[in-house]
Design a binder for this molecule. Structure first.
Ligand SMILES: *[C@@H]1O[C@H](CO)[C@@H](O)[C@H](O)[C@H]1NC(C)=O
Ligand SMILES: *[C@@H]1O[C@H](CO)[C@@H](O)[C@H](O)[C@H]1NC(C)=O
Ligand SMILES: *[C@@H]1O[C@H](CO)[C@@H](O)[C@H](O)[C@H]1NC(C)=O
Ligand SMILES: *[C@@H]1O[C@H](CO)[C@@H](O)[C@H](O)[C@H]1NC(C)=O
Ligand SMILES: *[C@@H]1O[C@H](CO)[C@@H](O)[C@H](O)[C@H]1NC(C)=O
Ligand SMILES: *[C@@H]1O[C@H](CO)[C@@H](O)[C@H](O)[C@H]1NC(C)=O
Ligand SMILES: *[C@@H]1O[C@H](CO)[C@@H](O)[C@H](O)[C@H]1NC(C)=O
Length: 272
C-alpha cells in the first residue's frame, strides 16, 4: 500500500485524460450535419467522412432513397430524398478490418401552414364572455408547437402540447374571456410557433388573419330602447294627428256641403 504516493493517482488520471490511445490517431467516423430536421417529403444532404487514410469501405445506411453526390476516399456526400417520417441514418467506414459508424437522428416536421382564429360570438355586450379559438391543421411535432393568442400586441394565452406523437395532428387552443369595453379597440390574432432548435432546426412562425370584436355597452342598449320607444310614440302621435285631421276635415266638408244643400234647396224653391 505504501508504494502508492500521493502523486500517483492524480498523475494516472491526467495521463488518461490528456493522451487517450497515446500513439497513432484513433480511427473515427464523422457525419455532418450532426442533427437533421427536414420538412415532410423533403430532402437533405449529408457528408460522411473518416480520418482513416485508406478505408476499405464506407457508405450510408438509410431507409429513404439516397443518391451519391460525391465519392472520395475519405468522404462521401449523399442526398437523401422524400423523407416522410422520423428516421435514423448511419454512416460507416471500415479501416484495417475494423468498422466504425456514426448515427444521426432525422426529425420530420409539418409546418403550420394555416392558422385560423375564430371569435364566438363576434358581437358581445361588456361583461359577457366570448370564446377565442385558434386552429392549426396537420402540424408536427406537436411537442415543439406553441399557440399564442394575442390581443393587439398583448399575449393573452400560451398553449403547449405534451403529446409526443410524431404524426401530424390538428392543434387547437381555446380561451374564454370576459368582454371589456376596450376589447374592441385592438384585433385578436393567433401565432403558431414551431420551435425546432432542440432538433437542429430553426423557428417557424405563422400568424392568423386579425379578427375584430364588437363590444357593446349595456347602457347603449337601454339608450337604444328609449330612443326606439320615443320614436314610436312620436310616430304614433303623428299618425293619429294626421288621422284626426283627416276625420275632422271630412266632417267640416260635410258640414259645408250640408249648408250648400240647404242653400240650393232654398234657391230651387219656386219664387212666390
Ligand atoms: C465532406 O467532409 C470532408 C471532411 O470534413 C471535407 O473535406 C469535404 O470537403 C466535405 N465535402 C463536401 C461536399 O462538403
Ligand atoms: C466510389 O469510389 C470508389 C473508389 O474510390 C469505388 O470503388 C466505388 O465503386 C465508388 N462508388 C460508387 C457508388 O461510385
Ligand atoms: C415518397 O414517399 C411516399 C411514402 O413514403 C410515397 O408514397 C411517394 O410515392 C414517394 N414519392 C416519391 C416522389 O418518391
Ligand atoms: C436519437 O434518438 C434517440 C431516441 O429517439 C435517442 O435516444 C438518441 O440519443 C438520439 N441520438 C442522437 C445522436 O441524437
Ligand atoms: C407566452 O410565451 C412567451 C414566450 O414563448 C412569453 O414571453 C410570454 O410571457 C408567455 N405569455 C403568457 C401569457 O404566458
Ligand atoms: C368556454 O365556455 C364554453 C361554454 O360557454 C364551454 O363549453 C367551454 O368548455 C369553455 N372553455 C374553456 C377553455 O373554458
Ligand atoms: C383589424 O383588422 C382589420 C382587418 O381584418 C383592419 O382593417 C383593422 O384596421 C384592424 N384594426 C386594428 C385596430 O388594428
Amino acid at each position: 500500500m505504501s508504494s502508492f504516493s500521493c502523486w500517483d493517482l492524480p498523475m494516472a488520471l491526467l495521463a488518461l485524460l490528456c493522451c487517450p490511445g497515446s500513439g497513432e490517431e484513433a480511427f473515427e467516423v464523422h457525419m455532418w450535419p450532426e442533427q437533421l430536421v427536414v420538412e415532410s417529403r423533403g430532402s437533405l444532404e449529408v457528408n460522411c467522412s473518416t480520418n482513416c487514410a485508406w478505408p476499405e469501405a464506407g457508405g450510408l445506411e438509410t431507409n429513404p432513397v439516397k443518391t451519391l453526390l460525391g465519392n472520395h476516399t475519405q468522404w462521401k456526400h449523399f442526398l437523401i430524398s422524400n423523407i416522410s417520417q422520423d428516421t435514423v441514418i448511419y454512416c460507416y467506414f471500415t479501416c484495417s478490418g475494423k468498422q466504425q459508424f456514426k448515427e444521426v437522428n432525422v426529425s420530420v416536421y409539418h409546418p403550420p401552414k394555416q392558422v385560423t382564429l375564430t371569435l364566438q360570438p363576434l358581437r358581445v355586450v361588456t361583461g359577457k364572455s366570448f370564446t377565442i379559438e385558434c386552429k392549426v391543421p396537420a402540424v408536427a411535432p406537436l411537442k415543439s408547437l406553441t399557440l399564442t393568442l394575442l390581443h393587439g400586441r398583448k399575449m393573452l394565452y400560451n398553449q403547449t402540447f405534451e403529446k409526443a406523437t410524431p404524426d401530424p395532428q390538428e392543434a387547437i387552443a381555446t380561451l374564454n374571456v370576459t368582454a371589456h369595453k376596450e376589447d374592441g379597440q385592438h384585433n385578436f390574432s393567433c401565432q403558431a410557433e414551431l420551435d425546432l432548435r432542440s432538433r437542429g432546426g430553426g423557428i417557424l412562425r405563422r400568424t392568423s388573419e386579425p379578427q375584430a370584436l364588437q363590444v357593446f355597452e349595456p347602457m347603449q342598449d337601454n339608450q337604444m330602447f328609449i330612443i326606439i320607444t320615443v320614436m314610436s310614440v312620436l310616430l304614433f302621435l303623428f299618425v293619429m294627428s294626421v288621422l284626426l285631421c283627416f276625420i275632422f276635415g271630412q266632417q267640416w266638408c260635410q258640414k259645408r256641403i250640408g249648408t250648400y244643400e240647404v242653400l240650393a234647396a232654398w234657391r230651387r224653391q219656386p219664387r212666390a
